[in-house]
Design a protein around this ligand. Sequence first.
Ligand SMILES: [Fe+2]
Length: 387
Amino acid sequence: MSYDVDLNFIFRLPTKILFGPGTAKEVGMEVDELKGTKALIVTDRDLVKTDLVNFVRNALGTRCVGIFSDVTPDTGVHIINAGSEYGRSLGADILVSVGGGSAIDTAKGMAICLTKGGKLEDHAGLNMLGSPLIPHIVIPTTAGTGSEVTYAAVIKDHEQKRKLLFADNFLIPNIAILDPSMTTGMPKSLTAATGMDALCHCIEAIPSMQREPITDGLAFHGIRLIREFLPRAVQNGEDIVARGQMLIAATLGGAAFSNAQLGLVHALAHCVGAAFGVPHGVANSILLPHCILYNLDACPDLYARIAEAMGKEVRGMDPLKAAEQAAIAIWEFTRALGLPQTLREVNVEEAGLVQCANEALMDGTIVYNPKPVFDPDEVLKIYQNAF
Ligand SMILES: [Fe+2]
């Protein structure tokens, strides 16, 4: 593995990370450290009925001024604006998100509105914020998105039928509390799908146009952890060691892609997700091996290293054959996890793929793909192979 002679990069990971079973009970002290006095919990409608949110509320004690629990799996501008109104009415000065990517991204959006005023749509774009937001502590209940350490949030504008991208270093959460006991209740299918999202973050960060040695280190370790511990976490949701290592792997993936960026897989997954409601992790999981095969000749050495991290023996093999083992390893892995293998199985309609192919070319992640992609017919071919 080599890097350009003129390699030049900035690596950023400002989030303080606490790890360990039971660490969620420290949330009150972390609020104090950030000088928060009125904490608002941001969570979803299902989680609010569980002991998890109750546990966090009790740990916050009198610091907790309310719970906003209207987050849906596909969070939107109207939800964030409503949550911000609620937060304003309570004088909230710190947010504690408890949930998966949707709850975390909702809190990122609310932090913008509570700090800058106005509505969320007034602040969309790249690096528009200019100054720090009110603090945000994340307690993830899934292990996948890595949003607890990333600078981005993707929010749907349901009225305008568009997705707004928020990308800014001031969106990076201040503290992530990785408590494996907060993830043991996750069902098997969600564990597998979110785990594959994390694996995709790691695998896409490695050949990315913005790769560098620190992100490579994080991503390769993430792959090894996921290979070993995702099957265990799916097999037995109460396996606290596996749950913990998966939380770490998801954070490694988030830190890697927040700096190195992603590529083709996410571009294609975003579009079938928006058009056909395919869950993000499932779309990634199906598309990943097909995108690896498409990219193979751009950097066979890197894909061979990925194959090794996935447990394949590639020494002495022809470089392209060795690289191909990465795609084969993913198919074997996802089949064993019981995940769908084709887009057809997840209700994607073949007729809609032409439009998805055109839209994928405009997705922000595609520019970092190791092999330049400009031709919608090539993208369509990848979709059809995965169909
Ligand atoms: Fe993702």
